[in-house]
Design a protein around this ligand. Sequence first.
Ligand code: GLU
Length: 270
Amino acid sequence: MKRVSVFMALALVLALGVGAAQASKLDDVKKRGVLVAGVKDATPPFGFIDESKQLVGFEIDLLKAIAAKLGVKLELKPVTSSTRIPMLTQGSVDIVAATMTHKIERESQVDFSITYFMDGQSLLVKKGSPVKSVKDLTGKKVGTAKGSTSEKNAMAANRKAQVLSFEDYPPAFLALKQGKVVAVTTDSSILVGLKNKDEKPENWEIVGGTFTEEPYAMGLPQNDSKFRNFVNAALIDLWRSGEYAKIYEKWMGPKTKYSIPLRWKMDIWP
Ligand code: GLU
């Protein structure tokens, strides 16, 4: 009798274990036929609205390639730096590709793919500004976006700077144009996007080098290794096949408006 109940308990544990392992977002997405992704819509060249009012960009093309590998459609939902993690934890998006740095502290809420882009934080100022580096922000106002690593990094890099957080980067850039802040700070490629999308890019300059490391990774639901493995394998495959390079060239190659040299290599698993 005792043996039978131990056996039954074991069988139950096994059944539950197997059940839990199978409950992956990957299966939901396949069943639904749609991958719902959170992306930026005002951050060229990563995710932005183009002249024909289409939501396009580097991260969107990476997601399109992942959806194609899954054999599903792609649905895009705009997110900001402060909404992307809550939208993922609440399940309103399956995946996030939104200039998001893989930070250990963010691991308590979401999981991350492997790195698909590498950047560092810099400063955008008016051409000829006396602000040349983060040290020059002492006693001055600097704009950035709420919920970003840029806010915290700026405070840590210069405790005497006054960091003003806006809903997104374009309003922070507007504040710079209006003289309400002396600089905008975030990842250098986002600053290239702000500068080069402007009517007069020559009025602005990016200064101070990069003072942080910002490895971009896709945000994924917690504890879903089946889904995460799929996304990682897809990213590695895009890199290996040369498709990543093509997408990169299209958005950040030397002939593009947002020319950003690729100074990094994906961590490829055999
Ligand atoms: N990559 C940084 C972050 O994840 C800054 C850019 C952003 O706000 O998306 O916070």
